[in-house]
Design a protein around this ligand. Structure first.
Ligand SMILES: Nc1nc(=O)c2c([nH]1)NC[C@@H]1CN(c3ccc(C(=O)N[C@@H](CCC(=O)O)C(=O)O)cc3)C=[N+]21
Length: 295
């Protein structure tokens, strides 16, 4: 058997198109565009690429995009001042401060300074708490994109055994909360987990978010399992480099039922969900009604 390839790039394009249409309706109702502000501190080339693609995708959906590029030596105080200014700007619905930040800046302090109602990354502790408690809020883009792919692939997830490998605040923990809310039986595995292979072998759904190239082997998987690979690892390849996930893709192909590729899987969904979260923020901030579940 060969696994189905889950085409995240195509799913993301469809979501972006839908958000674009819904944004056009929002603009007619609100008399303004939804606005996303992205803040980039420093000149990390990979971060610069992501920030540019976020800006392009935002504008392609018809939304207003602003990018604030600050020098690597910017003080925490100056960054906090910018965040507070964006909190108070009625044209800004969503604020994203690109992570990681330079070492002299306390990331938690910056995240905590973002207005939770503009926190389209869903990283603010208020939004993490809302997700854990089943309240409305903003859900981090990567795990929400993973959940969308899983539901499109499998339909109802209730009763399925899911293993989330990785316990970060950005992916692992919110992913586990989302799967639990879908009535999966959820195991969160991490670097100290004993016999990870056995945990993976018991799972109908494996979400890999550890950041270790090709760590999860095909022969660990339950035949027919659905595998979502969040990892984006750049590894040496001949003269150059290539991207690989946290899952040994070639090894998984003959065992899994379906699997996301890297690139072209989860990554594009992350950006599409960011636009969706920004549109949701705009509706809430502008007091424009939306149908529950439509966004
Ligand atoms: N506050 C914050 N929010 C983020 O959401 C955030 C962040 N900081 N810091 C960096 C990470 C990384 N990230 C990606 C988004 C899209 C792709 C993506 O679209 N990747 C493509 C191509 C990758 C490539 O060619 O380099 C793919 O997987 O197919 C990847 C990575 C968002 N991040």
């Amino acid at each position: 058997m060969t696994a189905r390839i889950i085409d995240g790039k195509a799913r993301a394009a469809a979501l972006r198109a839908r958000v674009g249409e819904q944004h056009a309706a929002f603009e007619r109702a609100a008399g303004r565009k939804a606005g996303l502000a992205v803040v980039l501190v420093g000149e990390d080339p990979a971060s610069a690429v992501y920030v540019r693609s976020k800006g392009k995708a935002t504008e392609a959906a018809g939304m207003a995009s602003s990018t604030h590029r600050l020098a690597a030596k910017t003080s925490e105080g100056d960054l906090l001042t910018l965040v507070r200014q964006l909190n108070g700007d009625p044209a800004v619905d969503g604020i994203l401060v690109q992570l990681p930040l330079p070492g002299h800046i306390n990331e938690n302090a910056v995240i905590a300074a973002i207005d939770p109602n503009k926190d389209v990354d869903g990283f603010h502790p208020v939004n993490a708490g809302r997700l854990a408690s089943g309240l409305q809020g903003f859900v981090p883009c990567t795990p929400l994109g993973c959940l969308m792919l899983l539901k499109e692939e499998l339909g109802d997830l209730s009763g399925l055994d899911a293993v989330v490998i990785g316990r970060s605040n950005i992916v692992g923990k919110p992913m586990a909360a989302l799967l639990l809310a879908e009535s999966c039986t959820v195991t969160i595995a991490h670097s100290r987990t004993r016999d990870l292979a056995a945990k993976a072998a018991a799972a109908d759904i494996v979400v890999a978010a550890v950041g270790r190239p090709e760590m999860i082997k095909g022969d660990w998987l339950k035949p027919g399992a659905t595998v979502i690979d969040v990892g984006i690892n750049r590894v040496p390849d001949g003269e150059g480099t290539r991207l690989v996930g946290d899952v040994d893709f070639d090894g998984a192909l003959s065992v899994a039922g379906a699997i996301t590729p890297v690139p072209g899987g989860v990554g594009p969904m992350t950006i599409a969900v960011l636009l969706r979260n920004t549109l949701l923020a705009a509706h809430r901030n502008a007091g424009v009604a939306y149908e529950k579940g439509s966004l």
